[in-house]
Design a protein around this ligand. Structure first.
Ligand SMILES: Cc1ncc(COP(=O)(O)O)c(C=O)c1O
Length: 343
């Protein structure tokens, strides 16, 4: 039994999802004639209380489009030092939009309104013009942490006062909504743009959606085209998204419960230095200095359990739709009964 905890992106479509995909009504989406894509976009726009939404092949392209929408070359984006757009999008913000990032030294990938105020450059022409604030909820490198909604409201106020765009990388917003019992419309009312992923916790093979007002999303169409993201009969993929929105959101509580139990099992190991608090489906931990990361990973791999490093000594396990109860029982037993010290 292979146990793959490297990411929640490793899932394969379920039978129900495959059937929904095969039955999808499709058309050429470049001509905006794919009924299923249009249905998915409308469903998400309505869910978030926004005018419009656009289907993207990846979260990276949706985020990069958002950065492009809100900035001009030479300007600056405020984001956390752990931000996906800064760390894991191949320097795309510089390549695609010609902008730099002002990194905030936040806590688990999250920061305060006061830190935003301090990060805004003076309007003096020596400085890069600050034009966008970007946050991630949940935070990936921050261990699936969920933002305090009150702090988001305060940041929004700062954005309004300084005429800054506000983008949410909501690749795993579904997890935050479920964990904190929040409503998508609350987020829609605050952010200029929101990207959500269907291919992570929701179990789709592909797909992200960018959500915003009509004018902004009209421009997003052009940028998606420039980035090569126009697709044709992708209703087959949008159908997976519709299926996931109806069937795979509430069940995220199961992933969160299993992640907490993994954390409890890890806590008992003498080789563990730190485990980030577990709020959703991501477990991030560090090993004691005398324990080799590669050895730890290999000992698990020998039992067909696969985890991933995040750099800087951080290791990650992510629970997901295809991580079954039987796999969970096995992992907890392995953690209980194995010796992970290097000698
Ligand atoms: C927080 C966050 N944003 C964006 C992305 C990018 O998504 P994709 O892999 O679909 O490009 C990821 C991917 O893991 C992510 O974790």
């Amino acid at each position: 039994m292979k146990i793959d905890l490297r990411s929640d992106t490793v899932t394969k479509p379920s039978q129900g999802m495959l059937e929904a995909m095969m039955l999808a009504e499709v058309g050429d989406d470049v001509f905006r004639e794919d009924a299923t894509v249009l249905q998915l976009e409308k469903k998400l726009a309505d869910m978030f209380g926004k005018d419009s939404a656009l289907f993207f092949p990846s979260g990276t392209m949706a985020n990069q489009t958002a950065v492009k929408l809100h900035t001009n070359p030479g300007e600056q984006v405020i984001c956390d030092k752990y931000a996906h757009i800064y760390n894991y999008e191949s320097g795309g913000v510089a390549f695609n939009s010609g902008v730099s990032c002002k990194l905030v030294d936040g806590n688990k990938g999250m920061f305060t309104a006061q830190q935003v105020i301090e990060a805004i450059n003076p309007s003096d022409y020596w400085y890069a013009k600050t034009s966008l604030v970007e946050i991630e909820n949940t935070t990936n490198k921050g261990g699936g942490a969920c933002w305090d909604f009150e702090e988001i409201l305060k940041i929004k106020k700062v954005c309004d006062e300084h005429e800054l765009g506000f983008h949410l990388d909501g690749a795993r917003l579904w997890n935050a909504l479920v964990a904190k019992n929040e409503a998508p419309k609350d987020y829609g009312a605050i952010f200029d743009t929101i990207s959500v992923c269907l291919s992570k916790g929701l179990g789709c093979p592909i797909g992200s959606v960018l959500i915003g007002d009509a004018h902004t999303m009209g421009q997003a169409m052009r940028i998606r085209k420039i980035f090569g993201g126009n697709m044709r009969q992708v209703g087959y993929l949008a159908a997976a998204g519709l299926y996931a929105l109806d069937n795979h959101i509430e069940r995220l509580v199961e992933d969160h419960k299993k992640a907490k139990e993994i954390g409890e099992a890890l806590e008992k190991l003498s080789v563990i230095k730190i485990i980030e608090p577990i709020e959703t489906n991501i477990v991030i931990f560090e090993l004691n200095n005398d324990v080799d990361e590669a050895t730890f990973k290999q000992r698990l791999a020998n039992k067909d359990i696969h985890i991933i490093g995040m750099g800087g000594g951080k290791l990650r396990m992510v629970t997901h739709l295809d991580y079954t109860d039987a796999m969970h029982d096995k992992l907890v037993q392995v953690l209980k009964n194995s010796n992970f010290t290097s000698n």
